[in-house]
Design a binder for this molecule. Structure first.
Ligand SMILES: [Zn+2]
Ligand SMILES: [Zn+2]
Length: 98
């Protein structure tokens, strides 16, 4: 009697294992997605895309014209990280507007 009970219990555990794996997998994928979203929202936005400057003729990282700080290049118009206001992009080499 106890053997049958144990057998039933192990079978029950066995059937629950794939379900548990799927839950763990979903949790891992979800946390990776959240980590990527947070990275894009808080750190990735302050990494402006390199722009081509027609004055010095090279690909440079733009910065804000007001504080000469990093800019949020994802939003339009760009937002300065120094003062939090809208700003124009300038070249970090020759300080001319891009
Ligand atoms: Zn330039
Ligand atoms: Zn500023």
């Amino acid at each position: 009697m106890t053997d049958i009970f144990l057998l039933a219990q192990t079978e029950e555990n066995g059937s629950q294992m794939p379900c548990l794996y799927i839950i763990v997998l979903i949790v891992i994928v979800f946390s990776l997605y959240v980590a990527y979203f947070l990275y894009r929202h808080f750190i990735g936005r302050w990494k402006p895309n390199p722009r081509y400057c027609s004055y010095c003729g090279q690909v440079v990282e733009p910065m804000s014209d007001c504080c000469q700080a990093v800019v949020d290049d994802q939003s339009l118009p760009p937002i300065c990280a120094g003062c939090g206001n809208n700003c124009a992009l300038i070249c970090n080499q020759c300080k001319k507007p891009i």
